[in-house]
Design a protein around this ligand. Sequence first.
Ligand code: NAD
Length: 264
Amino acid sequence: MDLKLAGKTALVSGSTGGIGLAIAQALAQEGASVIINGRSEERVKQAIDTIKASMPDASLSGAAADLSTREGAEQLFQQVPTIDILVNNLGIFEPKAFGDITDEDWLRFFEANVLSGVRLSRQYLPQMLERDWGRIIFISSESAVQIPIEMIHYGMTKTAQLAIARGLAEMTVGTGVTVNSVLPGPTRSEGVGDFVTQMANDRGVTVDQIEKEFFESVRPSSLIQRFATVEEVAALVTYVSSPVSSATNGAALRVDGGVVRSIL
Ligand code: NAD
C-alpha cells in the first residue's frame, strides 16, 4: 500500500528513543520529512545518525527542546514554523504508590504528558485547519482505560489525552484534518527495556523470566503474552498519519496486544 506520505512534514515529540524513534523511522521510510525532537542536541543528532545509518536518503532534521516546559515549546515553535503531521509521543512514566505521589509529581506528569501535547496542538492545529489537511496523533496507552494501581498519576494523564484528542477532533468537522489517539499496550521501548533489565539484574533472573511473570501476574489479559515491539506500534501510527486513513477521525485505536478486554 502506498501511504502517500512523500512530501509531508512530521514532528514527533520525544523521538530520540523508544516508540518515538520507531515512529520517526517508519514515517521517514514512507518518504515523509521528519523532525526529531529530544531534550539535547547530542541525543537528537544520535537519533538522526541512527536512522541515516540504515536509510541514507531519509529526510530528517532536528529540533532540540524540552517539551515538558512552556519555554521549550516556544523554542521549538521558533525552529519549526509549519508541519503537516504532529505525533504527541513524549511521555514519562514512573511506578509510585498513590500515597507517595506528591503535588509536584502530579504537576510534573500533567505538564510532560498532557500539556506538551496541548501546547503543540494549539500551535499547529489552526494552520492544519487553514490548509484543510493535517494529522494529530496522541500516543496514549492502555493505561488510559485500565488505570495502573502502581502509577495512578500516569493513568490520569493518558485518560486526559483521550479526552483532548476527541475534543480536538470535534473541531475538524468537514475538513481534511483528523485527530486520533493510539493506545499501545506494554511495549519494549528504551524506557521499558531499561526498567525490565534493571529488575532482572536486581533479582538475578533473565529478562525473559521477568517478561513471562509480568504477563502471567500483572497483565494476564494480554492475548499476545509478550511486549509489543516499537515497530508494531509505529506501524499503526504511520497508517493513521497518512492520507490513506482519512475516514478515521476522533478514534482511540488500540495496539495493545488485546490487553484491554473490550470489543470496541
Ligand atoms: P521512552 O522513555 O523509551 O522514550 C521517550 C523519549 O522521549 C526518549 O527519547 C526521551 O529522551 C524523550 N523525552 C523524555 N522527556 C522529554 C522531554 N521533556 N522533551 C523532549 N523529549 C523527551 O518512552 P516510550 O516507552 O517509548 O514511550 C513513548 C510514549 O508511548 C509515551 O507517551 C508513553 O506513555 C507511551 N506508551 C508507552 C508504553 C510502553 O510500554 N513503552 C505503553 C503505552 C504507552
